[in-house]
Ligand binder design. Structure first.
Ligand SMILES: Cc1cc2nc3c(=O)[nH]c(=O)nc-3n(C[C@H](O)[C@H](O)[C@H](O)COP(=O)(O)OP(=O)(O)OC[C@H]3O[C@@H](n4cnc5c(N)ncnc54)[C@H](O)[C@@H]3O)c2cc1C
Length: 442
């Protein structure tokens, strides 16, 4: 068994872990502490760092989100307690700073009209290369193929156990990510380490995930993208909605509205069945839509009803909507009975897609749940229970929307954890220097 010692050991080399290392070193350099005096180590189980950055945004990497940090928090994190928790870290390391790093290293970026920031090259690997260069510039020691098995607390330090190596560390930063896409290395190890040291773990749940339905959608509808519809999830006690695009898949639904709603659906599903509906006319109230249907009946009396629907909706959906409303496919407006018009109105405002079968945790772009926010100080990312133990990134009980928010959450919380750990190491170094000085004088 080999034994190494380091001042700061970071478990996990994703966005949070890499930024933790950079934050720590930058703080120490600003305080005039030479790199040789403080060892900062990243332990990453994979053969390379940052696998999630590499696969992010379909290989294009939605790096972050544009705007001032308050608006980024508002748009990206829908739960007030998460916004409150993230605020200090989001101001410690901003989106602008991350983009500036990329520009300084020759990676140009562009911002889409919806605020999402991407590398101009469209290559996530360019983003990752910048982080890797910065780690070298900041003299961070990186061990890859280094699977951490356990983190043990001793009186004055931690022991970080690998299979054949032990690291003795003054501070440990857990940056092991969430639990989805487990093949990338995120198997929830950090949650286990934190739980063993007494931290509360909020049960991991799916977020930004597809939703599987019973029955699964008919083959004719698979692949259809519904633009700007309202997706409605209804359970016995809860109704949640999102207005955005919905993609019909062979197992259920995906696309922006689904991903955004999936966390609430996964939570609701634990208590009761959840049904998913589509409102095809979210901009119209039921009364306004009824008026429109009445007008059509009047103005287009000799036309087929389906022609109107085909103008507004993907054609493949029309037979299913007519069937659900009990209206003949060849129905003309002139012969439409009032009760059928009412039923059609109901179907257009709340078409039942199916009952939720599963919200697959493994398939979520992130996972909600993780180390409870109440156990972590948001101003430092240090545990409130175990001094010198820090948690950052997706290992925390946070989950943002699609749009670059989750990577920003990982950079910012990681950075703050690194800076805070370095501050404590720095004050420890000062005390040692003063003690040595006193001993020499005496
Ligand atoms: C397909 C996909 C696309 C995404 N696209 C985007 C996007 O475009 N924009 C965006 O903002 N977010 C995106 N996300 C989410 C984003 O990638 C994550 O939220 C973010 O990477 C989390 O960073 P992290 O550092 O906390 O964790 P991770 O990036 O998951 O890093 C954790 C690291 O810890 C390592 N590790 C785990 N356990 C151990 C152990 N025991 N010992 C040693 N190492 C360990 C893992 O191997 C991993 O490298 C996407 C996610 C997925 C899955």
């Amino acid at each position: 068994m080999q034994t190494f010692s380091a001042h700061i050991v970071i478990v996990g080399g994703g966005a949070a872990g890499m930024c933790a290392a950079l934050g720590a070193r930058q703080h120490l350099r600003q305080c005039g502490i030479g790199d040789e005096h403080v060892q900062i180590v990243i332990l990453e189980r994979n053969a390379r760092l940052g696998i999630k950055i590499r696969i992010s945004g379909g290989g294009k990497c939605n790096i972050s989100h544009d705007g001032d940090m308050m608006s980024v928090l508002e748009k990206g994190f829908l739960r007030p307690q998460e916004r409150r928790f993230l605020k200090p870290s989001f101001f410690a390391l901003t989106n602008r700073q991350v983009v500036e790093w990329l520009h300084q290293h020759g990676v140009a970026t562009y911002t889409r009209p919806n605020g999402r920031i991407f590398p101009l090259s469209g290559k996530a690997t360019d983003v990752l290369s910048v982080f890797e260069s910065m780690l070298r510039e900041h003299r961070i020691t990186v061990f890859t193929n280094a699977l951490v098995r356990d983190v043990e607390r001793q009186e004055s330090h931690f022991l970080v156990h690998l299979d054949d190596t032990v690291f003795q560390a003054q501070a440990v930063i857990i940056a092991t990510g969430g639990v989805s896409y487990s093949k990338t290395g995120t198997t929830g190890d950090g949650l286990r380490f934190a739980a063993k040291l007494g931290h509360r773990i909020v049960k991991p749940r799916a977020a930004l995930a597809p939703i599987y339905l019973t029955p699964s959608p008919p083959a004719e509808l698979v692949g259809i993208s519904l633009r700007a519809v309202k997706l409605i999830a209804k359970s016995a006690s809860h109704t949640a909605t999102r207005v955005d695009d919905v993609l019909i898949t062979h197992l259920g639904i995906s696309g922006p509205a689904t991903l955004s709603l999936s966390r609430e659906v996964a939570e609701a599903l634990e208590n009761s069945p959840v049904e998913m509906f589509i409102d095809f006319f979210p901009a119209l109230s039921p009364d306004d839509l009824e008026l429109l249907l009445c007008r059509m009946q009047h103005e287009r009396a000799t036309q087929f009803l389906r022609t109107f629907l085909e103008e507004k909706l993907p054609n493949a959906f029309v037979p299913f909507l007519l069937d659900a409303a009990g209206v003949e496919y060849e129905q003309k407006w002139s012969h439409l009975k009032k009760e059928h018009r009412r039923k059609l109105l109901q179907v257009l405002k709340a078409y039942l897609l199916g009952v939720v079968k599963e919200v697959p945790l493994e398939r979520g772009e992130v996972s909600a749940g993780g180390v409870a926010l109440s156990d972590i100080n948001p101003k430092t990312m240090e545990s409130r229970l175990v001094p010198n133990f820090y948690v950052a990134g997706e290992a925390l009980d946070i989950a943002g929307e699609v749009g670059g928010f989750n990577l920003q959450g990982a950079y910012s919380t990681g950075w703050l954890a690194g800076v805070s750990a370095a501050q404590k190491i720095q004050s420890g170094l000062h005390e040692t220097l003063i003690q040595n000085f006193r001993t020499n004088v005496e």
